[in-house]
Ligand binder design. Structure first.
Ligand code: FAD
Length: 418
């Protein structure tokens, strides 16, 4: 088991799958680790736990996690199983987070509001390794509103982007009326065919978006259409292709292939109206009728729609405000850290499964010892996979330790000691 040069502390923002796995790696490598989580463990996955993972469990867990749970006598799902978010949490991530190995290091209900360094400002020691001598300061707020500073030698931002959805208006800014009705619009993946069924059954829903989240929503709405034939959907997509989603030829991920195929087929459903090459121009909510009036721009001109609900599955963006006082070079298109974004450039339409892993160096920022990993590291690019997250974790600890061969994911090295 490698030992870091000196006992150094690592703070991780976000106890999502990547934050938890990073903490497991950090602790296994001998670092002092603290995870700051604004909600509960895996707060974001909890929001979409009714959704089935499109990658099999074998791709969604690490060897360190497997080792720890096996030591504790907790049986793991099979590598080929496609788990729901709920099953993944119950059978893997929560047992990990609740283990004595990790639990004492996780602080839930603790939101990171801003980070900087003790004693220096953003515009000092520009691009200069000297900054590493000043510990990170993390301003946090707990559920009672109490604010507190934590300090660490290394800082890993694994705070995801699911909590920061894009606006549905044309051009990615709010449509007139959207800001005022933000609370009435569903931006994530509600359990349409489950706990939220009574809200959508027999109603007309406007769905905006043409990614995998939109595909998941339309498939769930179609399930309701079978149960209640008055359920309807109007599906607005920006694309003008015959099908809303572009299938990946020979997609090796069968669950992903299934959801894309089913969603595309639903454009022919009598209760689904697809409007392609369109964008939402404006919306308003009428309290008396409890309906939205939406104006859409289409190739045929402005179209007025009246709907009961709006689901905006138009992607997510990172919340980069947290680290605005650090020296981070961001991509002007994706808002991801620049070196990683450049490495991913041109790959956004490629299958995230087959692309080569970028070099570890792309995880470095001008700010020394600060790393952005997980979903957030991809910025607006939605192609992130947990498998990539594990590679990022391995690479970050190579950079931190200075040991280029360090790999606790090799099975013989995957030793977890209580
Ligand atoms: C519906 C859906 C299905 C997906 N399916 C797959 C799949 O099948 N296979 C796959 O490989 N990937 C999948 N992904 C992509 C990705 O792997 C997941 O989004 C995964 O949850 C990313 O993990 P993460 O830890 O980076 O971020 P998240 O899971 O988003 O976790 C971030 C955590 O940080 C916390 N946080 C945020 N801000 C702060 C703050 N300021 N202070 C403290 N804590 C904060 C959040 O509460 C959250 O707990 C899917 C994504 C979605 C949305």
């Amino acid at each position: 088991m490698p030992h870091p040069q000196s006992k150094k502390s690592i703070a991780i923002i976000g106890a999502g799958p990547v934050g938890i796995e990073a903490a497991l790696y950090a602790k296994s490598a001998g670092y002092q680790v603290r995870i700051l989580e604004k909600g509960e463990v895996a707060h974001n996955v909890q929001q979409w736990k009714h959704v089935t993972f499109f990658s099999p469990f074998g791709m969604n867990h690490s060897q360190l996690g497997e080792k720890l749970l096996t030591q504790q006598g907790i049986p793991l799902p099979g590598d080929e199983e496609y788990l729901s978010g709920r099953a993944y949490l119950e059978r893997y991530l929560l047992p990990l987070a609740n283990s004595q190995f990790l639990k004492p290091h996780i602080i839930t209900g603790c939101e990171a509001l801003a980070v900087s360094r003790r004693g220096i400002l953003k515009n000092e020691h520009i691009g200069d390794g000297q900054r590493a001598h000043f510990p990170f300061r993390i301003l946090t707020r707990d559920r009672q509103g109490r604010e507190k500073i934590y300090e660490s030698d290394y800082l890993i931002d694994a705070s995801g982007s699911y909590g920061n959805p894009n606006w549905l208006g044309d051009g990615g800014i709010p449509a007139p009326g959207e800001l005022a009705n933000r609370e009435r619009i569903q931006y994530g993946l509600e359990d349409i065919a489950g706990s939220a069924k009574s809200r959508y059954a027999g109603k007309t829903t406007l769905l905006v978006g043409d990614g995998h989240s939109a595909a998941t929503s339309i498939v769930a709405l179609a399930q309701l259409m079978e149960e209640n034939p008055h359920t309807r959907a109007t599906w607005i997509t920006r694309g003008e292709g015959e099908t809303p989603l572009l299938p990946i030829p020979g997609d090796p991920l069968k669950e992903r292939e299934r959801i894309v195929r089913e969603a595309n087929r639903l454009t022919a459903h009598p209760n689904v109206r697809r409007i392609k090459n369109a964008a939402v121009n404006a919306l308003e909510y009428d309290e008396r009728s409890e309906k939205f009036r939406v104006e859409a721009d289409t190739p045929e001109g402005a179209l007025l729609l009246e709907v009961d609900h709006i689901i905006a599955n138009v992607g997510y963006s990172p919340d980069n405000d947290i680290y605005r006082e650090l020296q981070v070079h961001e991509c002007y298109a994706s808002r991801a850290p620049m070196k990683l974004a450049a490495a991913l450039l041109g790959q956004s339409s490629a299958d995230c499964l087959t692309r080569p892993a970028p070099d570890a160096q792309v995880l470095r920022n001008p700010e020394p010892d600060f790393y952005i990993i997980g979903m957030k590291s991809y910025g607006k690019n939605s192609n992130f996979l947990l498998k990539t997250g594990f590679e990022q974790i391995r690479d970050v600890f190579r950079l931190i330790s200075g040991d280029n061969a360090l790999n606790l994911y090799r099975s013989e090295a995957a030793a977890v000691e209580e």
